[in-house]
Write a protein that binds this ligand. Structure first.
Ligand code: MF3
Ligand code: CO
Ligand code: CO
Length: 264
């Protein structure tokens, strides 16, 4: 069944998404101890790739529209879709988003978190914390009776209250037996716009928040999105399903490292 072209999934489908989501989370849980100064983003990719395969799943990004690697690694002013490389070595204080999407038994689980190599400075810590809060505030709005854009409204309100900006060029997306389906989940907007949220809708919320201006550009590799003003950017992502009473987060950490950054 579809509503507004948004797939409405069945009760049984929650079980499949839970399994896929838990695996994506498990991969991210394992990165907490791995990421430190001196590691390359290719090593992070290869670690994730092996662990995904070992769990009888497929890394969805690999060869997706020509993407060459198994996860996205986006460091400092890279907003999203960074390509893992042996030449990109993390330095002390670097902030990195690792975005993992697995296909398990035909279903997609998509999640990303920020990590810090070594010790984070106060300015970056505050950006990471606010971005994580934006994700949670967005998820809080995702329930029957609300409209799709209520999510973006709350996220934008929180980010801008701290003088950060919300990236406009990328959004969350419906997900399930396909990587990207309707709806587009914008991380900014007005109250009450867009379709009403209904039980059985599966989608991601994945705000990208910048220290400076929201404008981004794509590098010549055709993938890497960076802030135009080179300001640092952060992102967290969960895959959720709308239930009768609210939502279920499919990609919650199994070891309480949804926000894998030590307090400063
Ligand atoms: N996981 C990303 C998302 O959140 C998509 C990555 S597509 C890739 O939608 F091709 F860049 F890997
Ligand atoms: Co996504
Ligand atoms: Co993702």
């Amino acid at each position: 069944m579809k509503s507004n072209n948004i797939p409405i999934n069945k009760k049984e489908d929650f079980f499949k998404m839970r399994n896929a989501g838990h695996l994506a989370a498990k991969i991210l849980d394992n990165l907490f101890d791995l990421i430190e100064p001196g590691i390359s983003t290719l090593e992070i990719n290869d670690y994730c790739h092996s662990l995904i395969i070992k769990n009888k799943a497929i890394p969805a990004p690999l060869n997706y529209k020509g993407f060459p690697k198994s996860v996205c690694t986006s460091v400092n002013h890279v907003v999203c879709h960074g390509i893992p490389s042996e030449n990109k070595i993390l330095n002390n204080g670097d902030i990195i988003n690792v975005d993992v999407t697995v296909i398990l038994d035909g279903w997609y689980g998509d999640s990303s978190r920020m990590y810090v190599a070594g010790k984070v400075n106060k300015k970056n810590y505050d950006l990471l914390k606010t971005t994580y809060e934006c994700l949670l505030i967005g998820i809080e709005e995702a329930k029957p009776g609300k409209h799709l854009s209520d999510i973006g409204f709350k996220i934008q309100e929180h980010a801008e209250s701290k003088n950060y900006s919300v990236v406009r060029d990328f959004c969350g997306h419906g997900i399930g037996k396909e990587f990207h389906t309707p709806p587009s989940v914008l991380h900014y907007g007005n109250v009450g716009d867009g379709p009403e949220l209904l039980p059985g809708m599966f989608f991601t919320i994945e705000p990208m928040i910048n220290l400076g201006d929201w404008k981004v550009k794509i590098l010549k590799d055709g993938w890497t999105a960076v802030t135009k003003d080179k300001s640092y950017s952060a992102q967290f992502e969960h895959t959720i399903g709308i239930t009768e009473s609210g939502n279920e987060i499919f990609t919650l950490s199994q070891n309480n490292t949804d926000f894998p950054i030590k307090e400063i």
